[in-house]
Design a protein around this ligand. Structure first.
Ligand code: ATP
Length: 471
């Protein structure tokens, strides 16, 4: 760490403010003070180097104009604060930045021991705040840590395909050469999944070193972050980057019949998918594979107009599907569902769901699709277990009741019409003539299956990337 990074830093005192996780930071000899939530602390850096007093630290945190807001403030209200501190409260020692060669940045005090760092800013994620967060917080933070512009690369996404192409052309290539890499990714689930797919598109060498992803949360649903105990405070996940551990992101593979296409540009255009040796279409996911109501509402709400409403867009589109404004009844999706499970002796077994019409078919590796939508309450962070949530066509009021229960700590699994089970995989044979009802969702990406087609999802055993999480 270059101590020259801290010239003229003001001195402050940090004290616990009552019994909660609130602190008071007072500077200017007590003339100025502001409240600080523990979730907004980034790190404490010991500045003593033997000649100096070891009780000197630099405190870095994200400050908000609106500190009464529960949860997360708008990025426009955030700024990075840096103070010299003497004797911080001892419970804050867990935020101490130690010299650790295995950490996300490598040995931050020693530039020659740092890992290769890329920063990817997904400019269209969520409500498009990632770029502003980079400008307001991240740029200054990296420079304060002594990570100079020549020691990392910053990229702003230029297209829908940008992250997947970067992942295959840069990340995978270097990982295959055995290079340790870390990626600060400002996005929603889509950015992570694009990285996973970009890497899965190429073979792995025996030298492969999994890149570490530090996910800064800027999407709409943020299922992976909300399910992985990432602290979605104003630090947007930076606490896990500094103080977390790297853990494998479990994934699944989805194969679909030849002729399946990825819908892009708000569904106006299509793109060819990757293919396997048999000519089937292949895509990987880490969050969710769905059909019926879930896939259709994600697809219908993926427009610039809907995106302005943040995660509210999902319930708006769901309402239109359950109670269509033209007065028609909700659609009943038609198809054959086959479920794969492992027997206690490890044998793969299949069983067909005993009905042909459906309202909800969703296989997931995560617990939460949104901050409070606990779709799979038995899932633990990154546990790798695939679970199926399904129910048949029901009156709209009953479907809304089920969702109310899902938002209430995942109680929907107690509803008599909801099936919830551990699975190894799932196959759908579609029996729908209208292409609108043949759209599936793989981690937010929408795939249209050809008429008479099928899709199959299975857990994937190859590991490609790690996520920084706090255990
Ligand atoms: N410069 C760009 N031009 C066009 N599309 C972009 C650009 N940058 C990102 N995108 C696309 O924007 C989408 C952002 O997805 P992401 O998952 O990160 O956010 P989200 O959908 O709002 O959140 P979540 O998936 O968590 O609900 C992706 O499909 C990505 O490919």
């Amino acid at each position: 760490m270059a101590h020259s990074a801290w010239p003229g830093l003001p001195q402050a005192e940090i004290l616990r403010d009552g019994g909660s996780n609130q602190y008071l930071v007072s500077s200017d000899g007590g003339a100025t003070s502001e409240s600080l939530c523990e979730g907004d602390i980034l790190c404490l850096i010991p500045t003593g180097d033997g000649n100096q007093d070891p009780k000197d630290y630099v405190l870095l945190y994200v400050s908000t104009k609106d500190c009464d807001t529960k949860g997360v403030s708008k990025t426009a209200d955030l700024s990075l604060r840096k103070f010299k501190i003497k004797q911080p409260p001892k419970e804050l020692s867990r935020y101490m930045l130690n010299a650790n060669p295995d950490s996300f940045f490598g040995d931050i005090r020693n530039p020659s021991n740092r890992v290769e760092l890329s920063v990817i800013v997904s400019v269209k994620s969520g409500t498009c705040e990632a770029e502003e967060f980079y400008d307001r917080i991240l740029k200054d933070l990296l420079s304060s840590l002594g990570i100079s512009p020549d020691q990392h690369r910053v990229y702003f996404t230029e297209s829908e395909r940008w992250i997947a192409e970067f992942a295959s052309q840069v990340l995978c290539k270097k990982a295959n050469e055995g290079l340790a890499q870390s990626v600060l990714l400002l996005s929603g689930d889509g950015g992570v999944v694009d990285i996973i797919n970009g890497i899965f598109g190429l073979p792995q060498t025996s030298y492969y070193v999994k890149p570490k992803i530090g996910l800064l949360v800027f999407g709409t649903g943020n299922a992976l972050a909300n399910s992985s105990k990432l602290n979605i405070s104003n630090s947007r996940g930076l606490q896990a980057v500094f103080h977390g551990l790297a853990r494998n992101i479990p994934t699944f593979v989805c194969r679909c019949s030849t002729g399946s296409v990825l819908l892009i540009d708000e569904g106006r255009s299509t793109e060819e998918m990757g293919t396997d040796e048999q000519g089937g279409c292949v895509v990987h996911g880490a969050v969710v594979a769905s059909w019926c109501l879930h896939a259709t509402l994600v697809a219908d709400s993926d427009t610039t107009e809907y995106r302005k409403f943040g995660s509210e867009r999902f319930s708006m589109a769901a309402n239109e599907l359950l109670v269509p404004s033209d007065g028609s009844p909700p659609h009943q999706w038609q198809g054959k569902i086959t479920i794969y499970r492992r027997s206690p002796s490890g044998e793969l077994q299949s069983e067909t769901l005993g009905r042909q019409t459906h309202m909800y078919i969703l296989a997931t590796l995560v617990s939460h699709l949104e901050a409070t939508l606990n779709i799979s309450p038995k899932s633990d962070p990154l546990d790798g277990q695939f679970r199926l949530v399904e129910f048949p066509p029901l009156p709209p009021a009953e479907v809304k009741k089920i969702f109310g229960m899902a938002f209430d700590s995942g109680r929907h699994i107690e509803h008599e019409s909801v099936g919830y089970t551990e699975i190894e995989g799932l196959r759908i044979d579609f029996e729908e003539s209208d292409p609108r009802w043949r759209r599936i969702c793989i981690d937010g990406k929408i795939i249209r299956i050809p008429e008479g087609g099928w899709m199959e999802v299975r857990r994937e055993t190859r590991e490609v990337v790690d996520l920084m999480i706090r255990l």
